[in-house]
Design a protein around this ligand. Structure first.
Ligand SMILES: C[S@@+](CC[C@H](N)C(=O)[O-])C[C@H]1O[C@@H](n2cnc3c(N)ncnc32)[C@H](O)[C@@H]1O
Length: 258
């Protein structure tokens, strides 16, 4: 039997010991909150700035992030209530490429109630929407504006209503793989994401692992797909904002081969 070759991973680490200490404590705190206390999966509403800090550690500026997003259409897997936050990445007007937010809890009918419970709205939406209040107050935040081309789709990530190779970027902030408990579901979702991602496209996930600690590479099927078809980069959070927004968790960037 030939030994299995691990996917080649490039780690972009922050080796500052104080930083590493804080990141580990934050991550542990987040896991206790999400796991040990049996908190039900929240539906948050992070801002564009937060998505930048959490998912684009390889981009120095917002403009660089926009350049990546302008390459084509973007799928936000498990978008939560971000579709209702005027300051979200979803609602940021862009020159090209649409943004598609997929969530189990999105409303089925366009223009109707959003499908999220009041609990989701109050607990998560407000806190996150205004977390970069200081930049809003100084008029430095992205302008509110809903692009007509964006789409909020109610669907299960296990079977998505999109053609093969529909997206150039796939983003997931604290949905995949963090909140997907079942290992088979994680495998099915990975093959769906792989199917709808175009060649040379990227997947960006934070956290890079499930809340019980298992990474995507722990599953044989996913590891094989990644090894065969993807370049793997993992990034430590950068700067204080990145550390706070990602709760110390790493970001995984998978870049698909031709
Ligand atoms: C923690 S929220 C994150 C929301 C958003 N990405 C953010 O960072 O603000 C996770 C979301 O994933 C959605 N979700 C979980 N499993 C899903 C699935 N199988 N298909 C579609 N959405 C799912 C949940 O409904 C929830 O709204």
């Amino acid at each position: 039997m030939t030994p299995e070759v691990e996917p080649t991973t490039e780690h972009h680490q922050n080796t500052n010991p104080v930083y590493m200490f804080c990141a580990e404590r934050l991550r542990r705190f987040h896991d206790i909150f999400a796991n040990d206390l049996h908190i039900r999966m929240p539906s948050t509403a992070r801002t564009r700035l937060m998505y930048k800090r959490i998912l684009f550690p390889d981009c120095e500026t917002m403009e660089q992030m926009d350049e990546v997003l302008h390459r084509g259409d973007t799928l936000d897997a498990g978008s939560g209530t971000t579709i209702n936050n005027p300051y979200s990445l979803y609602n940021h007007l862009r020159e090209s490429g649409k943004m598609v937010g997929v969530d189990l809890r999105n409303a089925e009918v366009k223009g109707g109630p959003d499908g999220f419970t009041i609990n989701d709205s109050i607990k998560a939406r407000l806190i996150n929407a205004f977390s970069d209040m200081h930049s809003l107050l100084r008029f430095q935040s992205a302008k509110r504006g809903k692009s007509d081309s964006n789409e909020a789709v109610k669907a299960d990530l296990k079977s998505m209503p999109f053609e093969d190779s529909s997206f150039s970027q796939i983003l997931s902030v604290y949905c995949y793989p963090y909140w997907i408990d079942d290992e088979i579901d994680r495998e099915i979702i990975f093959s769906e994401l792989d199917r709808v991602l175009e060649p040379k496209g990227q997947m960006r996930f934070c956290s890079d692992r499930h809340r019980l600690g298992r990474t995507l590479l722990d599953s044989g099927h996913i590891r094989k797909s990644i090894r065969d078809r993807y370049k793997v980069d993992t990034y430590d959070p950068r700067g204080y904002g990145g550390l706070a927004d990602s709760m110390g968790n790493k970001t995984l960037v998978l870049t698909k081969n031709n």
